[in-house]
Design a protein around this ligand. Structure first.
Ligand SMILES: C[S@@+](CC[C@H](N)C(=O)[O-])C[C@H]1O[C@@H](n2cnc3c(N)ncnc32)[C@H](O)[C@@H]1O
Length: 274
């Protein structure tokens, strides 16, 4: 291995370790606050995976497993398997499903084990998303379907500007570029290119929409309890955190409700192994 590929492998390993800890540590907040927001978005891909005929289905990056009951309902004859990097997330998924802690870029399943596979809001977390698609293609049977959901263009409302300003002003560490590589998979064309590289046939791609709004307190709960923002916040000493929180709260309470309106594209792609 050359020194630069050894460095990349080391960075990938560190990134996986950080992601696994970040998600495990915040799994309770993820379950309360974020999983319910993502579930309706992930659900949209299921009707395109011919699940009714499936005998084995994989959800990679299944998180706390909110999609698993719906997968089972749509695939009544299948064993539905959940895989995720973070033990703390996966242990919250129902024990009725086989669950395995593993990296979606290096799955411990035999070739051609599944009739359908889902990657919902995970691809951008993989150090090399192409490797993730290659693994999904490897473990899928001929004619099997692979569905992905990722974030497209995002419109962050003014509330974010206030929060990020306060984090920076209070000395929070900068965002970690390895947390997510949204820009690699934020259009149908980019995900399609990864699929065609693996000789997957493109079945369908489309762009959906995520819309949400919240109160100042709900906004702060999201920012301080899960995700990359929580990590930056938690890195500050307790007293600084309190000052940052109070200052942000004060400013956010003066914002119009419109200042909390979030909009983002959701990119869906379905490919088939030939
Ligand atoms: C945004 S959450 C999405 C979870 C779930 N799919 C959902 O929609 O609620 C991202 C998930 O990907 C997992 N993850 C991150 N990197 C991963 C990797 N390399 N392999 C498998 N899972 C990974 C995280 O642990 C986390 O559970």
């Amino acid at each position: 291995m050359s020194s630069s590929s050894a460095e990349m492998a080391d960075r990938a390993r560190q990134s996986r370790g950080k992601l696994s800890k970040l998600y495990s540590d915040a799994a309770d907040a993820y379950e309360d606050l974020w999983a319910p927001e993502l579930l309706p978005l992930s659900r949209a891909v299921l009707s395109h995976l011919a699940l009714e005929k499936a005998h084995a289905v994989l959800e990679a990056g299944a998180g706390i497993g909110s999609l698993l009951p719906e997968l089972r309902e749509r695939a009544p004859n299948a064993v539905v398997v959940a895989a995720d990097l973070s033990f703390g997330m996966l242990k919250r998924a129902s024990g009725e499903f086989p669950r395995a802690v593993m990296d979606a870029s290096l799955l411990s399943f035999k070739d051609e084990s599944f009739d359908a596979a889902v990657l919902a809001f995970v691809l951008f977390h993989l150090f090399d998303p192409a490797q993730g698609i290659a693994e999904m293609a490897r473990v899928t049977r001929p004619n099997g379907l692979i569905g992905t959901a990722t974030w497209g263009a995002e419109h962050d409302p003014p509330a974010y500007e206030i929060w990020f300003e306060e984090l920076t002003d209070h000395g929070a560490p900068p965002p970690d570029p390895d947390f997510a590589k949204f820009e690699l998979v934020d259009t149908p064309e980019k995900v399609e290119a990864l699929m065609t590289e693996e000789r997957l046939h493109l079945v369908r791609s489309w762009v959906g929409e995520y819309r949400s709004t919240c109160t100042p307190d709900e906004f702060l709960a999201h920012r301080t309890r899960h995700g990359q923002s929580r990590l930056r916040y938690e890195a500050m000493p307790t007293e600084v955190k309190s000052r940052c929180f109070e200052r942000a709260r004060c400013r956010l309470q003066r914002l119009e409700p419109k200042g909390f309106e979030e909009r983002a594209e959701v990119v869906y792609v379905v490919g088939q192994k030939l």
